[in-house]
Design a binder for this molecule. Structure first.
Ligand SMILES: Nc1ncnc2c1ncn2[C@@H]1O[C@H](COP(=O)(O)OP(=O)(O)OP(=O)(O)O)[C@@H](O)[C@H]1O
Ligand code: SF4
Ligand SMILES: [Mg+2]
Length: 372
């Protein structure tokens, strides 16, 4: 067990998903209390998160690149912004890949390409071996074959004029269609899966708390029985007191339905809790990747070290700290060589001249650094 590892236990008032546990990699601030209930927090020992022992990749991302054409002013020249560059990732079925990085590093752009909302400029995304995009910018998978996405903000994700019954039935009307007679039963099943009562069916989004709304968003994402969920900061907009409940719900659903997750977050604590594997992104590129507990416990890349240093929840424990200087550079004008060099205390001449490629470290990890 890594030092500082602990489990928070909470007992929420009733419901099939009542008991809440949040395993932390370190002694950070308690992640919350139950919705509407008092926290009953005790510490206990739990083994560290282990990489899942699973079969072939459910998601494969190959050499993915996304550029946007932007203008700096109304009459300014068009310029190319590289949001995602040369990303290769895979996620075994039934496991979770966490993706972290500062704001603007390209996480959502990657998530949107995986879920079919954006077409790649180059490269491809495969789910169970099938291409998500047809090469001409169109999505080539049905809803149940592709990924569903859970966004950060449960307020803007739900149409405020629709009752929950319609919000959850709507995705069932798209191919593969669920017969009308079976829809009501499926809606009830979905509500049960996310821990909401049947009586929620006739209510509107404004009648729910933020956490309950996010449960409805998750139920909607599950409606078409996808195998892959892309969670783009699913708890960032929620009160700290309910974040752990949603994270635990996602964990329970993964176990119950055999789901695979691409889980994006800012907080290393929550991403570490959720993930088997962890990828660290900087200016559109993956700079480090490996089992989550190794990346967080013994980071190789100075940027990962810096993220951990700046996180209160996961103190860097092995080898020193790196303070992040300044802001992430503009992707319109990235540094030559290693894109992290303008903020890296270890940078030398070669870092300005040559871009470091992701190469194996130990048997389980990858990192892109000339000096580590
Ligand atoms: N539609 C777009 N047009 C132009 N630039 C875009 C567009 N979408 C994203 N970008 C740019 O691409 C880069 C990556 O953005 P992205 O939203 O993927 O980052 P992120 O890691 O999700 O950030 P955050 O943590 O703030 O959500 C940013 O520089 C952003 O300004
Ligand atoms: S390649 Fe150089 S600049 Fe980049 S992270 Fe490594 S030491 Fe720092
Ligand atoms: Mg984002």
């Amino acid at each position: 067990m890594p030092p500082g590892h602990r489990t928070l236990r909470r007992d929420s008032p009733g419901g099939r998903r009542g008991r809440q546990e949040l395993s932390l990699l370190a002694c950070g601030p308690a992640a919350g209390r139950t919705e509407g209930g008092d926290p009953a927090v005790s510490t206990s020992v739990q083994p560290p998160v282990q990489p899942a022992q699973t079969e072939s990749p459910l998601l494969q991302i190959e050499n993915l690149r996304k550029t946007f054409t932007v203008r700096s002013s109304l009459l300014g020249a068009r310029r190319e912004l590289v949001a995602v560059d040369s990303v290769n990732l895979s996620i075994p079925a039934g496991s979770t890949l966490g993706l972290v990085g500062e704001s603007g590093s390209g996480k959502s752009t990657l998530a949107n390409m995986v879920s079919g909302l954006l077409a790649p400029t180059q490269g491809q995304v495969l789910i169970e071996g099938n291409r998500v995009h047809d090469g001409r910018g169109r999505v080539s998978l049905r809803g149940d074959q592709g990924a569903q996405i859970v966004f950060q903000d449960p307020y803007s994700s739900l149409n405020p004029r629709m009752p929950v019954r319609r919000l959850l039935a709507e995705p069932l009307q798209v191919a593969p269609r669920v017969p009308r007679a079976e829809r009501e039963q499926r809606v009830k099943e979905l509500l049960d899966q996310v821990g909401l009562p049947e009586s929620a069916m006739d209510k509107f989004p404004h009648e729910f708390s933020g956490g309950q709304r996010q449960r409805i968003v998750i139920a909607r994402a599950l409606a078409r029985r996808p195998r892959l969920l892309v969670c783009d900061e699913p708890v960032s907009a929620l009160d700290v007191s309910v974040q752990s409940q949603i994270l635990n719900l996602l964990k329970d659903l993964q176990k119950e339905l055999g789901l695979t997750y691409l889980f994006i977050g800012h907080g290393l604590e929550s991403v570490g809790f959720m993930s088997d594997q962890l990828a660290v992104m900087y200016l559109g590129r993956i700079v480090e990747q490996g089992p989550a507990h190794q990346v967080l416990g013994r980071p190789v890349h100075p940027y990962t070290q810096a993220l951990i240093t700046s996180s209160e929840a996961v103190p860097f424990r092995d080898g020193g700290t790196v303070e992040l200087q300044g802001e992430i550079p503009s992707p319109l004008n990235p540094p030559s060589g290693c894109v992290f060099r303008t903020r890296c205390p270890l940078a030398t001449d070669i870092c300005a001249e040559k871009r470091p490629e992701l190469t194996p470290r130990e048997s389980t990890r990858l990192a892109a650094c000339h000096h580590r």
